[in-house]
Design a protein around this ligand. Sequence first.
Ligand code: PMP
Length: 305
Amino acid sequence: MAGEGRKVWMNGEFVDASQANVSVLTQTLHYGLGVFEGIRCYKLEDGGSAIFRLKEHVGRLFDGMKILMMDPPYTREQIYDAHIKCVKENGFEECYLRPIMYCDVGSFGLSAINPTKAAIIAREWGTYLGEGALEKGVRVRVSSFNRHHVNVGMVQGKICGQYVTSILAKREAMKSGFHETIMLDTQGYVAECSGENIFCVKDGILRTPPTTSPILPGITRATVLELAKDMNFEVKEDKFTRDFLYLCDEVFLTGTAAEVTPVCEVDNRQIGHGKPGHITQKLQEAYFNAVRGKNPLHKNWLARI
Ligand code: PMP
């Protein structure tokens, strides 16, 4: 299994990845009742490694369990420590971490309330949106699928079953020759992508949809907003339409997997000069400096291994 960690942390102990199995009876498989996170660990400039914004990711994992009324089987501190141990156990300097909280077997059916179980997977994961994406930018299209209405999907957490819509939207985009997809909310405003938040720049103002929109409150989004504040960029969190995006000077996507990825084209319309814009490049550079421990202002974002 190229790239996979050898060991999976599962309910308090490490097991071989080949033995890290879950019963077909779990409700998580049938109904999508579960919650997960996507987290990255980076090699630092001083030679060590650190998990980026682990506290915030563990926080959102617990938010997801609260929304789904799943009882946490461990404390936040135990889950935090388990991530650090998981990187050490697998000997990675850099990796992607995937904790998942799933349902134990027990009663079956929609009314059943079964105990929560926990696992953390570590694996290698390169550039999420393909080779050259970070340097050259990606082509995106607006999806025919909407982001969940706020009373259909619970958007504040990474809830397993909700990713079916993301997968459908992503496949639609890829099959029609695009790298990624933009999902609108049910009112028609730009929300986010299948697994990234979205930013744009027009007339020097950085904009992103607000967290009152049906978007995941992205940790990379929050990081970029903070870095933009450090650099005194003018920022507005407000709603905008797809045609506003067509007219922007810059567009980029943020996510733990996608990091800060420039967008060079939306719905076959070139954005700016069709190359990563100036503000995008500045924020991308600041982001990589932060994750690699090169930003003295934000060392507290790093959980050292
Ligand atoms: N939106 C969705 C739907 C996502 O799945 C993700 C990835 N977790 C994001 C946005 C970006 O969130 P983050 O920056 O916390 O990874």
